[in-house]
Each structure stands twice: as C-alpha cells, then as structure tokens.
Design a protein around this ligand. Structure first.
Ligand SMILES: Cc1cc2nc3c(=O)[nH]c(=O)nc-3n(C[C@H](O)[C@H](O)[C@H](O)COP(=O)(O)O)c2cc1C
Length: 211
C-alpha cells in the first residue's frame, strides 16, 4: 500500500473486532511514531501501550464512556514530555554531528533560548510545540495502522485528570490523545470534507487561482 492509499482509506474506526493484535504489529506502529519529525528533533512523544482489559474499561469511562475506547484490544496513550525541549542543546549537537545543520546553529539558537529563561510565555510555546510534534507522530501511527489492516480513532475527549491517575502519568507529561487500535468491524464511507477551494489560496490569503 502506498501513502496515498493509506491516506484515502483511513477512517476513524469506532467498532472493533475482539481479535488480539500481534505485538509485532504494535511495535511496527510505534516504530512509525519514532521516525516522525519534531522541532529541533526534540522527540517529545512518549507512549503507553495498554492491553489490560480492566485498564481499558477505566480509560473508556474516563473518556466519557466512548465505547470504542474500551472495545479496542489495545489503546496507545500518546503523551508529550513538556521538558523534552530542555535537552534542545544535545539534540542540536546530534544534528550538527550528522551534518543536518551547520555548526553555527549551536551559537545562534542555544544562547537565545538560555537568555529568555523559562517565562510563562516560553512554557506556553513549549507546550504548543510538544503537543504539535506529538500530533505528527500520532498521525504516522494512524497511517501505518491502515497499511497493517488495523483501525484506529484519535480520541481527545477525555478527563485528563482521570486518565493521568489510571496510567500513573507524572505532572510534566501531557496526554495528547488516546489511540484505540484493533481490527475494524466496520467500513465507514469517507466523511465529509471541505473542497480545496475553501481551504487553499494562492499568493495571498484569499487569493484565487486564475489558471
Ligand atoms: C485531535 C482529534 C481529536 C478527536 N477526538 C475524538 C474523540 O474524542 N472521539 C471520537 O470518537 N473521535 C475523535 N476524533 C475523530 C474525528 O471525529 C474524525 O477524525 C472526524 O470526524 C473525521 O472523520 P474521519 O477521521 O473518519 O475522516 C478526533 C480527531 C482528532 C484529529
């Protein structure tokens, strides 16, 4: 299956077969997250693989009883470590070492980060960055699952405090999404989408294509 197929076949799956998902497939899915891009290669994502049925039922209840959460045989809780950005200098050095960035990057970026300190504003931006980067890794997993014949559903509607308690997630870790994974027991049609004309402009915001 090529990327285009995976993108067009993907659906949010909300009905799963009870069949177990082989561990090798879960590892393959996690591997696709590991390869995702992130700002300064900070890789802030952290994943908890939940197979225990009791824990899955508790996560379903913490997700306002969304049935597909507990029904899937595996839930990958996708988290972001907000402090991962603190290792920014090390990550930059690694990128310089493999020739991905010029050596001067270290002088430019690392001091500028230190000078600013950790104001509330910077923390807010780090939170946004960690969240955004983790979103990318999650979508890698979602598309990889399609190729493996598996279904997933992004779930962001949950009680954060309760999920943190259930999974013993520390304070500096944010839960970005729960990802139920299993064999689909439904084949939904493509869900409605805007036409390109509504979302794409040319040359400036609002600009139309005249060709
Ligand atoms: C960030 C995010 C959060 C979502 N949260 C939920 C959720 O809590 N429960 C759910 O059933 N679907 C959730 N969805 C799935 C969306 O409802 C779904 O992507 C959208 O309706 C389009 O359908 P499709 O994914 O099948 O194309 C979420 C999707 C995203 C990207």
């Amino acid at each position: 299956m090529d990327v285009r197929d995976a993108i067009s076949k993907r659906r949010s799956i909300r009905r799963f077969k009870p069949d177990a998902v082989p561990d090798e497939l879960i590892v393959q899915i996690l591997e696709s997250a590991r390869l995702a891009p992130s700002g300064s290669n900070t890789q802030p994502w952290r994943f908890i693989v939940v197979k225990d049925s009791g824990a899955r039922q508790r996560l379903q209840r913490a997700s306002y009883n969304q049935r597909h959460v507990g029904q899937a045989p595996v839930i990958i809780a996708c988290c972001a470590d907000i402090k991962a950005f603190g290792e920014f200098p090390e990550r930059i050095d690694e990128l310089i070492a493999v020739g991905a960035l010029p050596a001067k990057t270290r002088e430019i970026f690392v001091p500028s980060l230190k000078k600013g300190g950790m104001s509330a504003d910077i923390k807010w931006h780090l939170l946004i960055a960690a969240t955004g980067n983790t979103d990318i890794a999650i979508e890698h997993m979602v598309l990889q699952a399609v190729e493996l014949g598996l279904g997933t559903c992004w779930v962001r509607w949950f009680d954060d405090t309760r999920v943190k308690e259930i999974l013993e997630i520390p304070k500096n870790i944010e839960i970005i999404a729960l990802l139920p994974v299993g064999y689909p027991d439904e084949e939904p049609l493509q869900r409605p989408r805007f036409r390109l004309e509504k979302i794409v402009y040319y040359e400036k915001y609002g600009g139309r294509c005249h060709s």
